[in-house]
Design a protein around this ligand. Structure first.
Ligand SMILES: [Zn+2]
Length: 265
């Protein structure tokens, strides 16, 4: 007869949920929370550490991407990419941000810096809140005009980036995703994109298409990139349709989010 004396296995680390993600301020503010174990000694403390993940061009380091969505529309898998262009209407930009916050959904914003007043604290606060909430900011030119040369684009891109570094008070802010104003993806634009190793993002759906069109895009296995603008009618359109968009994405095994959040990694 043998007796085995086995040392007690270490007990698994205890986790304790203090906050219910769905019910408390976590949802209201749209923050992402990271799970961390706590010792019994520290059990009076919340096991969550607030984790706000800011997204900018640096996040794309090490990812292999084509220079244009046209090369491979399947890179977003079944996700519904939400992109929101222009920023000439401050109130509607803020409404759009509040709507996304309510649904805890990220988007990629393509603003123009001439519409952001660095002396207006409300403007500064909104863009800092957008950035701090995990939304992405892409290049759409400083002034929403078509540039005629690569040199002109380079100069404008540098000044756009610099302006946003000041607005966001973040010297590490950088940009990977770009979209030409009016969708002028001409030779100059594409050459500049390639030379600077940027990522040109087109769209496959706008405010003119309905949810049947969205289902069609999914059934044809084409990438879904929704283009909206920061204008009243688009904010209202999203308000009225966001539940359906989210559920169609979900039915297909995807979710709705920014370009960065939608790339299958
Ligand atoms: Zn635009």
């Amino acid at each position: 007869m043998f007796f085995f004396f086995v040392k007690d296995k270490p007990k698994p680390v205890e986790y304790r949920i203090v906050y219910d993600f769905k019910e408390d301020i976590c949802l209201e503010y749209g923050y992402k929370y990271m799970f961390t174990p706590i010792s019994k000694k520290d059990s009076c403390f919340s096991p969550y550490i607030r984790k706000i993940s800011k997204v900018n061009g640096n996040k794309y380091e090490g990812m292999s991407l084509p220079h244009d969505t046209n090369s491979n529309w399947t890179m977003f898998g079944k996700n519904l990419v939400l992109t929101i262009d222009d920023s000439y209407d401050f109130e509607q930009t803020r409404r759009m941000f509040e709507l996304l916050k309510h649904y805890n959904i990220t988007a990629t914003f393509f603003p123009n810096t001439i519409f952001i007043n660095p002396n207006n604290q409300e403007h500064i606060k909104l863009w800092r809140d957008i950035y701090a909430s995990g939304h992405e900011i892409g290049y759409h030119t400083t002034d929403h005009t078509r540039k005629k040369s690569v040199v002109e684009l380079n100069t404008d891109f540098i000044s756009f980036t610099q302006r946003f570094r000041e607005i966001l008070d973040d010297n590490n802010f950088s940009i990977k995703v770009v979209r030409a104003p009016y969708g002028y993806f001409d030779k100059v634009w594409m050459q500049w994109v390639k030379e600077n190793n940027l990522f040109n993002v087109r769209w496959s759906m706008t405010e003119s298409e309905d949810s049947n069109y969205l289902r069609k895009l999914y059934s044809e296995n084409r990438g879904v990139v929704l283009l909206l603008h920061n204008k009243r009618s688009d904010v209202e359109l999203l308000e009225n349709n966001i539940d359906e968009y989210i559920s169609i994405a979900k039915e297909n095994g995807g979710k709705m989010g920014s370009i960065y959040d939608s790339l299958t990694k």
